[in-house]
Design a protein. Structure first.
Length: 151
């Protein structure tokens, strides 16, 4: 295990997404399969309309990137570079509120299950204690040791 990785930590050290596609700014906390990430989307984000309203698809991406930051942090703590993953399914995504550029959004994630290179993650996006969205995602975690040869 590597030391020197203290939280909060910039997400750019933990996930492969780069601006303008990186929506998560900071991994705030990690605790027993759960994590909290912070995001403040700028007015110039591709995820906002002309009035600054954040597109609803951003909520799903915030959950996915928050999990990626959590997993990247665990990888770094184990002395590995952050791994890659792909969103492969969404269940029960409920959009309850609206977000706007400049809002401070907190995304809380909880790992529900992990099996055979897949993870099931529940996430909730909030602003000032108000729930804006929640849902369950299925993610495929790339095995860096797999050679992809099925022969």
């Amino acid at each position: 295990m590597i030391t020197g990785f203290t939280l909060p930590m910039a997400a750019e050290r933990l996930i492969p997404q780069r601006a303008p596609m990186r929506l998560v700014d900071t991994l705030v906390s990690v605790n027993d399969g759960c994590a909290v990430a912070e995001s403040v989307l700028p007015r110039t984000t591709l995820m906002a309309d002309g009035e600054g309203k954040i597109d609803e698809v951003a909520f799903m991406e915030l959950i996915a990137q928050s999990y990626a930051a959590f997993k990247g942090y665990l990888d770094r703590m184990d002395g590995r570079p952050p791994g890659e993953g792909f969103l492969v399914g969404v269940r029960h995504l409920e959009i309850i509120g609206k977000a706007y550029a400049g809002d401070r959004l907190l995304t809380s994630i909880r790992t529900v299950a992990a099996f055979g290179g897949f993870a099931v993650v529940e996430g909730v996006v909030t602003r000032g204690g108000e729930t804006l969205a929640s849902g369950t995602l299925k993610l495929w975690l790339v095995d860096p040791d797999a050679d992809g040869d099925d022969r």
